[in-house]
Design a protein around this ligand. Structure first.
Ligand SMILES: O=c1ccn([C@H]2C[C@H](O)[C@@H](COP(=O)(O)OP(=O)(O)OP(=O)(O)O)O2)c(=O)[nH]1
Ligand SMILES: [Mg+2]
Length: 149
């Protein structure tokens, strides 16, 4: 069961004209697939900020996460380097997808092909309360595998 969708304004930039809107591939998809607005070759070990051709205005209290597509990751070693990418609600620039090629073959990014997915999410902000001592817990300062492999 999903909650009611929020409305995100989307504006296409001149180089994005003609591209399809990000779309949910199936009725139950969590992410809207977003396509590249440019064509380029990503060599192994390289990264690039790929144009999407649009900018968005997210309603207050939300962000949009930019996540990789598992098929590109598994078949080609292509991921979003900063996953999940964060689009702030006050950002009005072009949305870009920072792709990295962790595979061993050059990967051609093709205009119009799906490269990532967008997932809107509510933002929980916090205030920080500075203290001299934290409460004690069973875990304490154990981490990074302290409970076993
Ligand atoms: O995958 C991404 C990540 C970020 N952005 C844009 C929207 C976001 O609101 C802005 C800043 O992102 P972030 O806060 O992650 O980067 P930063 O390095 O902290 O930059 P800034 O100093 O501009 O906040 O860059 C994208 O287009 N794609
Ligand atoms: Mg930032």
């Amino acid at each position: 069961m999903t909650t009611a969708p929020i409305s995100i304004a989307i504006k296409y930039l001149p180089h994005g004209e003609g591209l399809p809107l990000p779309v949910y591939a199936t009725p139950g998809a969590a992410g809207m697939d977003v396509v590249a607005a440019e064509t380029l070759t990503l060599e192994p070990g390289k990264r690039a900020a790929i144009a999407t051709g649009f900018a968005i205005a997210i309603p207050p209290g939300y962000e949009v996460q930019v996540r990789p597509r598992s098929g590109l990751a598994l078949k080609h070693g292509i991921t979003c380097l900063n996953t999940p990418g964060t689009i702030d609600e006050d950002y009005r620039g072009e949305v870009k997808v920072i792709l990295a090629n962790l595979g061993d073959q050059p990967f051609e990014v093709v205009r119009g092909e799906r490269i990532a997915q967008l997932v809107p999410a509510p933002v929980q902000r916090a205030t920080l309360a500075r203290v001299d001592e934290l409460d004690s817990t069973e875990r304490g300062d154990g981490g990074f595998g302290s409970t076993g492999r």
